[in-house]
Each structure stands twice: as C-alpha cells, then as structure tokens.
Design a protein around this ligand. Structure first.
Ligand code: ARG
Length: 458
C-alpha cells in the first residue's frame, strides 16, 4: 500500500503489484548494502556536526545502522520488494527500529545522490581488487618468462610463421598489455573517487551541509562541482566498462592462442587437467574450456558497455529512472572480469610447455628468410634486391621441398654471388633471435632486461 511507502504521502492508490516488482531494484542493488550504510553513517555524522539534527539522533542512527549491517551479514534481514531498493529497505528498517531519529537521516539528501555515492564507493573497492588480480596474472606471466627464458617458438603474422622469437618475449607482450590495463584502471579510479553526496535530488540542498567533511570521512579525494552532473553522471561507470572491455579483449586474444597452442596440431603447451574438461562421447578429448569461456565472456563484457551507453544515450538532465539499469551491467562486468583474471592467473602458472615442438616449428616455414636478406644487405646489396634474391631462394626450396637451412653454399650462390660460408651461422634460429638486439626486440638479453625492469615494478 502507498501508505507503507517512504514516498506515499501524495498517493491515494496502492502501486500495482506487478509494477512494484517491475520498478524495484532491490533484487540486484542489495549488494550495495555495505556502501549504503557507510554513506549513511558519514551523512548522519555530518548532519550532527552541522547542528542539522541532534547529536543524540546521530548516535541512535549509527547504532541502528550497525545493527542492520549485522543482520544483513548474518542473513536475517528481510529485503522487501515493496520497498523498491536498498536505500529504502535500510532507511525504512532504521525508522522501524529507532523511530523518530531514523526519520531524520534523509535530511538534505536524496536517493539520487545516495545511489551515485553507493556506486562510486562500491566501484572504488572493486577497481582496487581487480588491479590486484591483474598483478597476480602479471606475476604468473613473469614466472613463465623467467622459467622459460630461452625457449624458442615461431612468431606469427597472419597466423603464418613469420620470424623466430623467444616464448618469454611472447609472454612479456601480454605483460605490457596487462600493465596498460592496470594503468587505465588506476586512471579511471581518479574519476570514480569523487564524492557526489550533497547534490540532493538535483539542485543541492537548503541545509548548511559540509560536503568536504563527508568526503574526508569516506576517503574521497574531492567533491563533485555541479549538482546536476553529480546525480546524472555515469561516465565513471562507462569508463570502467570500457577499460574492462579492453582488458577482456586482451584476455580473449591470449585465450585464442592458448586454445591453438594446446591443439594436437600445434602441441606447444599443455594446460593443466584442472582447467580442462572431457567429452561425454569422445574419450580422447581434453577441451580447453577455461580459455574458451574467457573468450566467450568477452562478449558479455562488450555487451554490458553497449547496454549502458545505450541507456545513457539522450537522457535529459538530471536523474531518470532509466539509470537504475546501470547496475546489472556494471555488476556483471565486475564479476566476469574478476573471475576471468583469477582463473587465468592460476592457469598460466600451471601451464606446461613442449619446448622441442616449439623449437622445431620455429625453424620451419622459412622463418629465417628475413635474416638471409639482412645478411645480403650487410654484404652490400640494397634491401629490395636482397628481398628479391631470397624470394627466389625460397621458391627454389618450395620446389625442392626443403628448408633454407638445407641449402648448400653452391645452391645459395645460385641466387647471389655475395653468399659465403658464414651464411650458415647467420641463419640459425638462435642467431636470428639474438640479432634482434634493439630495445623491445626478442634478443635474449633484451627480454631478460624487460623481465628485470618489470620485477622492479617499473
Ligand atoms: N533505485 C534507484 C536507482 O538505482 C535509486 C534512485 C531512485 N531515485 C528516484 N528518483 N526514483 O537508480
């Protein structure tokens, strides 16, 4: 009945039962209970300090809220759909428990600034946790790179063998991506960590509130500067969803590679049994379910970004009920990103390699052809001419079903008189790798110094 509602004063008819359920958000926003209570305690303290409500009420409110917190954590709190959302469930219980004082809590505040506060508090903690999960994944990658520093594998472009590289170099490529993801999250956090409370419904409040004091209590680094913006801004969530989408894109590329590499055709790696499943019909199967699922879950994270962008599109200022739709995509992305990072770090740590298979593949597919051309350049031939000569040598090898490393000196000299017997040492895969001794290159010492740099937290 509208009489039970915190906003029931101007209503004469009760809310339709289905509408009540349709408009409620308690089913999913109950996960904000902790933030809602923290925010209310800070707000109550400020109201007391400013003399807006009596100090004895502040004490009753804090005690009442702490009891509610305990009930929710013990699972004895009854959430009610007719009380719509977490804010009204808690406030209404508070008034029912402590009476008058509870009814003073909402002075100078609206659910519009309250919900913005709760989301910011929640997201702030989640970002810190996600960054720590990224750190764990980076650590697992660094361990693999350190333990397998010298393992050689083919590097690909177009998924065709391109040039030999170190496996550790490949792992370090992902370290770079995840470090950027982490930096993007830290940057996003700066814009999340701003206090919106005090905006009221949209225009501010008539009470002499102290926003800086609330910000200080809740650990916000600053306060928002415009009340309309404070209650209608969700770009901090959108930014998080964008950053998360990029992070999942990285995980999905890595997943794809792990799936390929663990196939019997590649057989570069073996994922631990605990990250794979079998088939109900084919007894030989060991399916890389975890990377497949992470690749698949990337879709829902992109979808969540699109969902919120679309919800926010064209909304007039300030708050609109549409914005209640912001929470599920946000929560789903947080859960998905955390789950994916956690499982990935463990999977990478336990991944086993087949170095001999990788090494063999690295020597196939004319992977050293660029180095033959570079060799001719060092002997004085312009690069374009060298490219042409080596192209002919490759065609000769294709014709005769052989690799470049199998050509004799006489055969080499069919393509250029500049070939000499030092060609053989110049085109071993090890030589090709170590010759790429430039910053960012795959030479052993370059990869090692990158590992050291990352270990030093740089
Ligand atoms: N449950 C609402 C939400 O999540 C809280 C804000 C409601 N404000 C309002 N004016 N109806 O958006």
């Amino acid at each position: 009945m509208s009489k039970d509602k915190l906003w029931g004063g101007r209503f004469t008819q009760p809310t339709d039962a289905f509408v009540e359920e349709f408009t409620a958000s308690i089913q999913f926003d109950k996960r904000l209970y902790h933030q809602d209570i923290r925010g209310s305690i800070a707000h109550a303290r400020m109201l007391g300090k400013q003399g807006i409500i009596p100090q004895s009420d502040v004490e009753a409110i804090i005690e009442g809220l702490q009891q509610i917190l305990q009930q929710i954590e013990e699972g004895t709190f009854d959430f009610s759909i007719s009380l719509e959302d977490i804010h009204m469930n808690i406030e209404s219980r508070l008034s029912a428990t402590i009476g008058e004082a509870g009814k003073r809590l909402h002075t100078g505040r609206s659910r519009n600034d309250q919900v913005a506060l709760d989301i910011r508090l929640y997201l702030r903690d989640e970002i810190v946790e996600i960054v720590s999960y990224i750190d764990l994944l980076i650590d697992a990658l660094l361990k693999q790179a350190e333990a397998n520093l010298d393992v050689i594998m083919p590097g690909f472009t177009h998924l065709q063998t391109a040039q030999p590289i170190l496996f550790s170099h490949h792992m370090m490529a992902y370290v770079e991506m995840f470090k950027r993801d982490s930096a993007r999250l830290e940057d996003c956090l700066k814009r999340v960590n701003v206090l919106p409370l005090g905006a009221g419904a949209l225009a501010g409040t008539t009470f002499p509130i102290d926003r800086e004091y609330v910000a200080e209590q809740l650990g916000f680094s600053s306060i928002t500067r415009n009340s309309l913006d404070s209650v209608s801004d969700r770009d901090f969530s959108l930014e998080f969803l964008s950053v998360s989408s990029i992070l999942m894109m990285h995980l999905s590329r890595f997943s794809e590679e792990l799936i390929l590499w663990s196939s019997s055709e590649f057989k570069f790696i073996e994922l631990s049994d605990s990250f794979c499943t079998g088939s109900s019909i084919m007894p030989q199967k060991k399916n890389p379910d975890v990377p497949e699922l992470v690749r698949g879950k990337t879709g829902r994270v992109y979808g969540n970004l699109m969902a919120l962008l679309t919800v926010m599109k064209s909304l007039p200022l300030a708050y609109n009920k549409d914005m209640q739709e912001d929470k599920e995509p946000l929560f789903d992305t947080i859960d998905t990103v955390k789950g994916s990072l956690k499982v990935f770090a463990d999977m990478i740590r336990e991944m086993q390699l087949y170095p001999a298979n990788m090494r063999r593949a690295a020597g196939q597919g004319f992977s050293t052809a660029t180095d033959v051309a570079d060799y001719l350049v060092r002997k004085g031939l312009p690069f374009r001419d060298a490219h042409e000569a080596v192209g002919k040598a490759v065609a000769y090898c294709v014709e005769n079903e052989m690799e470049l490393t199998e050509l004799t000196l006489t055969e080499w000299q069919l393509f250029s008189p500049r070939f000499d017997k030092d060609i053989f040492a110049a085109i071993t895969v090890e030589a090709c790798i170590n010759a790429r001794n430039v910053p960012g290159g795959t030479a052993r010492e370059r990869v090692w110094s990158e590992i050291v740099r990352c270990r030093e937290g740089k």
